[in-house]
Structures are given as structure tokens and as C-alpha cells.
Design a protein around this ligand. Structure first.
Ligand code: PEP
Ligand code: MG
Length: 571
């Protein structure tokens, strides 16, 4: 058995097809007429661009706009005058052929990106190498592997899959993907998940151990891969695969159904998104709205701040797509683990306790916060938008935001710009301080959404990204659970809506407790919605009171977890 990184859920069983791009041999050749060579390069660039655009359009219709964004990123790179200008200058300056100039310039950029700490930047290195090879293939008239034509029942095996290779895959024929390189967040892993093809990546020395036509089984949840397994293994995995597919199929019957407990309590199941394109998945999985739109993603992966107009378009697009269903949009939450290079922020000694989120926005009202709030107000005329403030610790912060919103409303009245005058403004409850004065907040704000990712971090004083102390990071810790229960109780007593948008909202072991506490809204990744609906439909809040009392009586995280695990297993 081989071991790799689980990258996309499910069991894949099929015949190995090893895909190897033939290595291009790029030689340094001098050219007599550099100007003519630049023209040849421009022609090839144009063709590469057209090919990539076609691939992106195909992917957008087959899979979704979000997935096509990776290739749109490639098109932007191909259009970048800094890159193409440098290639042209290299051709002219050194009188060399286009293939070699592309090699030099793109490799230089790829190495710079690869050397950066940031995972997103490292991904850029892969993108740069991908467009480099694509331009060279066009220049050399070399055909690339036709992945779209793989036979039925294929397990696709490659050293690494470039985004453009993955984009051509037909999920009807490809039962699984195994690569020697890549990681959970690599583009190919993301695309495999979007196409719902089981995948295992980073399987060391795999290709030397497998031949075309070999029987391969992979487990995309465990990261296990078998080549020509024994009959007993094949039998076991065939059963597992069938079970997985049947469970997936069964969930489809919850599409279009209300989310209501056995004793008639209706709750909302909504989705977390980062970009307008994510809405496709929300609709696909029948989300009842958006519970958290993390707007910082609109600010990332670019060189300057998105304008009020750009933000307005993005918010409007989501509001319109959801046709009156609630869309909670969180104002900018940067700093901490989320950096934005062009904002010129100084490195904080202690970023999670530092200059971030609402603290930063209130300090940069003119250039950051007001344009965002205005964009949100303008977009509120096109759907059911609610504004949510992150990392609030004291009521003054909320009041200050409310004042800015009221002033902007007056300004917009004068300008005759439409907006929803009753727009709701709520807060994320994700700090210990906000939880402790939840009763005070509940009297003034329109709604709460509990951010368990940070609430756990700030309650336990444990950095959410530090592996060494991750044993302390649990929502089932009695301190965190008491905090959650208190926040929900305060909201219910004041009669305001209370939701949860941290990862814990989709944890099957926590959902019963949240229902017992009285949570109104659960916001999670779209793909978790149908399973959660199934679970909630099978529970009764009345019957859960006893379970919750018992769970809250334990002194340790382990006791609570064991108890809830047993409870859920027995359902
Ligand atoms: C949270 O803290 O739980 C949350 C939803 O926000 P983020 O993960 O973006 O900090
Ligand atoms: Mg948070």
C-alpha cells in the first residue's frame, strides 16, 4: 500500500493511465532577425491566450465559474505587460529564440514565487510554470496530452497535474487521481474536489511502482493507494465505494426540503463563501442563504484595493443570485493570519491580538471602511443583505460603525442613491469579551453570528494555527461550550437571531448541542449542508435537552467528546 495526502473524498477503483507530458527540450538558439522573432512570440502568445480562454469557458460551464478562475488567473498572467515585455526585451537584447526567452523569464519569476513563505505565492510558481510550458508548446507546435479523451474507468496518474490538464478531465471517465507531487490546497486538489473525483496527492515514488492498465484503488479520505490489490482488498473497497456513492445519492433527496427538527423547530442552513463565484455551490447544495461572506478574499490576490464600484458589483451579484434569501456580508477581516501586502501594514508582534479586522477598519475609515460600507449599502437595494462586523470586543466599536452607516445613509439620501433603510447590522461573537457582555450587545445589535474558530482561540488562549498546542483547541472544551451556550441564551432572551459561522457549525457531534441551546442559523461550507439537514431532520430539540445537560456536566473536553460521539453513533 502507498500512502499520500487525502485531497478529494471518495473511493476510486479503476485501471491506471499514466499521463506524462513529453519533456520539451528547450535550446538556446540565436536568431538573425530579433524583430521578426518578437512577432513570432506575439503570435504564439495570442494563440496561447485563445486556447486558455476556451479551456476556461469550457470549465466554467462544465464545473463552475470559481474553478475557471484559476485559468482566468493564467490569462491575466499572459496579459501582464511586465512579463511579456520582459520576454520581448530578452529576445531583442540577447537575439535568442522565443522558446528560450520564455524559459528564462518565466523560470526566474517562478523561482521568486517558489521562494516565498506564503502558500498562495508558491501556488503562483506552479501557475507560472504552467503558462511557460503552454507557450512553449504553441511555439514548438508540440501537442499536449489529450486528457479529455481518457477511457472510461481510468485512474489518472501523473507526477503533477497542472491546472490546465486537470481542467480537461471528464469526471464520467476518470474514477480517481493519484499524483506524486502537490498538496491539499494545490489547484489540482481543489479542482478534483470541485469535480468530485476522489484524489490522493503527494504519493512518493508512485509512478515507478505502477504500469498502464494496472488495477488501482485509492481512498481519498484516508490517503491510501493500492496497486493490483488482493481480491479481499478489492472486495472491501468496492463495498466502501458503493456505500459512499449511495450515501451521496441519498443526500440529494434533502434538496428542496425544509430544515426542521422532529418536534417542528425550523432552523436555517446557510453557507460560507469567499467570492461571488462560490454562489454556484450554494445553490447546487440548496443553501438557504449565505451566513458568512468573507470579503477579505476580494482584497487578496491583487495589487491594489478593490474600488467601491468593484465591491458593489461583487455584493450585488451575490444578493441577486440568492433572490431575497439572506446574505450576511462580513466587513473586512484582515490582519492576524490574513495578510494583504499592498496595504502596507506593519508586522504586529502579536498579530492575533493586534491591529486587525474592525480595529484596522475604524482606523482607516476614509480609504478602507467607508467605501466598503457604501458598496454594501448600495448593493442592499438588490437583495437581502445584512452587514456583519468581525472581532468586536466592546460596544463602542459597534456604535461607531452604526454611526458611520447612519451618516452614509444620509449622504446617500442627499444623492438619491437607493439602499435598504432597514438593513440589519450584526456582529460576530468571536472574542471572550464579546461573549462575556453578550447580554449588552444583544440589546443593541440586530443579530449575532458565533465565530467558533476565533472564539475557541481567544477563550483557550491557543493560537488556532499552532500544531504543538492543538490538543487544547476544541469547541468541546467546557469553557468554550459554556461561552457558546451563554451567547445563544443572551440572544434568545433579547429576541435577536443567533447563528454560527465557524467550522464547528457543521460538526455532527456539536449540532445536537447547538439545537438544544436554541441556535437559529447554521452557516457552513456548502458541501456540508445536505448532510446537516439530514441530521437535523432526525433530531428533536425536546429530546436533546437531556443530552445537552449531560454534556454540559462534564469537566473535560474528552468526556464531552466521547459522550457526543457515542450519542451521534447511536442515532
Ligand atoms: C471564525 O472565527 O469562526 C470565523 C468564522 O471567521 P474566520 O475563520 O474568518 O476568522
Ligand atoms: Mg474569525
Amino acid at each position: 500500500m502507498y500512502k499520500g495526502t487525502n485531497a478529494s473524498s471518495g473511493i476510486g477503483i479503476g485501471k491506471a493511465v499514466i499521463v506524462e507530458e513529453t519533456e520539451l527540450v528547450i535550446e538556446r538558439k540565436t536568431v538573425a532577425d530579433a524583430a521578426a522573432e518578437v512577432e513570432r512570440f506575439k503570435g504564439a502568445l495570442e494563440k496561447t491566450m485563445k486556447e486558455t480562454e476556451a479551456l476556461a469557458a469550457d470549465l466554467a460551464t462544465r464545473v463552475g465559474e470559481k474553478e475557471a478562475e484559476i485559468l482566468q488567473g493564467h490569462i491575466m498572467l499572459l496579459q501582464d505587460p511586465a512579463l511579456t515585455g520582459e520576454i520581448e526585451n530578452t529576445i531583442k537584447g540577447e537575439c535568442i529564440c522565443s522558446e528560450f526567452a520564455v524559459e528564462m523569464v518565466c523560470t526566474m519569476y517562478a523561482n521568486v514565487f517558489a521562494g516565498m513563505d506564503d502558500e498562495l505565492m508558491q501556488q503562483r510558481a506552479t501557475d507560472m510554470r504552467d503558462i511557460k510550458t503552454r507557450m512553449q508548446r504553441v511555439l514548438m507546435d508540440a501537442e499536449s496530452v489529450n486528457i479529455a479523451a481518457l477511457p472510461e474507468g481510468t485512474i489518472l496518474i501523473a507526477k503533477d497535474l497542472t491546472p490546465s490538464m486537470t481542467a480537461g478531465i471528464n469526471p464520467k471517465n476518470v474514477m480517481g487521481i493519484v499524483t506524486e507531487l502537490g498538496g491539499k490546497t494545490s489547484h489540482s486538489a481543489i479542482l478534483a474536489r470541485a469535480l468530485e473525483i476522489p484524489a490522493v496527492v503527494a504519493v512518493a515514488d508512485f509512478i515507478s511502482g505502477v504500469k498502464n492498465g494496472d488495477e488501482v484503488i485509492l481512498d481519498g479520505d484516508q490517503g491510501d493507494v493500492y496497486v493490483n490489490p488482493e481480491a479481499s482488498v478489492e472486495k472491501e473497497y468496492t463495498a466502501k465505494r458503493d456505500e459512499f456513492l449511495a450515501a451521496k445519492e441519498e443526500l440529494k433527496k434533502y434538496i428542496g426540503k425544509p430544515t426542521i427538527t422532529k418536534d417542528g423547530v425550523t432552523v436555517e442552513l446557510v453557507a460560507n463563501i469567499g467570492k461571488p463565484a462560490d454562489v454556484d455551490k450554494v445553490l447546487q447544495y440548496d443553501g438557504e442563504g449565505v451566513g458568512l461572506f468573507r470579503t477579505e478574499f476580494l482584497f487578496m490576490d491583487r495589487n491594489s484595493m478593490p474600488t467601491e464600484e468593484e465591491q458593489f458589483e461583487a455584493y450585488k451579484k451575490v444578493a441577486e443570485a440568492l433572490k431575497g434569501k439572506p446574505v450576511i456580508i462580513r466587513t473586512l477581516d484582515i490582519g492576524g493570519d490574513k495578510e494583504i501586502p499592498y496595504m502596507g501594514l506593519e508586522k504586529d508582534e502579536n498579530p492575533f491580538l493586534g491591529y486587525r479586522a474592525i480595529r484596522l477598519c475604524l482606523d482607516r475609515k476614509e480609504d478602507i471602511y467607508k467605501p466598503q460600507l457604501r458598496a454594501l449599502l448600495r448593493a442592499s437595494a438588490f437583495g437581502n443583505i445584512k452587514i456583519m462586523i468581525p472581532l468586536v470586543t466592546c460596544i463602542d466599536e459597534y456604535r461607531e460603525v452604526r454611526t458611520i452607516i447612519d451618516e452614509l445613509m444620509l449622504e446617500m439620501d442627499r444623492q438619491g442613491i437607493e439602499y435598504n433603510k432597514d438593513i440589519q447590522v450584526g456582529i460576530m461573537v468571536e472574542t471572550a469579551a464579546a461573549s462575556l457582555i453578550a447580554d449588552i450587545f444583544a440589546k443593541e445589535v440586530d443579530f449575532f453570528s458565533i465565530g467558533t474558530n476565533d472564539l475557541t482561540q481567544y477563550t483557550m488562549s491557543v493560537d488556532r494555527g499552532n500544531d504543538k498546542i492543538s490538543y487544547l483547541y476544541s469547541t468541546f472544551n467546557p469553557a468554550v461550550l459554556r461561552s457558546i451556550k451563554r451567547i445563544i441564551t443572551c440572544a434568545r432572551e433579547a429576541g435577536i437571531m443567533v447563528g454560527m459561522c465557524g467550522e464547528a457549525a457543521s460538526d455532527p457531534m456539536l449540532i445536537p448541542l447547538l439545537l438544544a441551546f436554541g441556535l437559529n442559523e447554521f452557516s457552513m461550507s456548502a458541501s456540508a449542508i445536505l448532510y446537516s439537514r439530514k441530521l437535523i431532520t432526525n433530531l428533536s430539540t425536546e429530546e436533546l435537552q437531556e443530552v445537552a445537560d449531560k454534556a454540559m456536566s462534564f469537566a473535560t473536553t474528552k468526556e464531552v467528546e466521547d459522550y457526543m460521539r457515542n450519542f451521534v453513533a447511536g442515532l
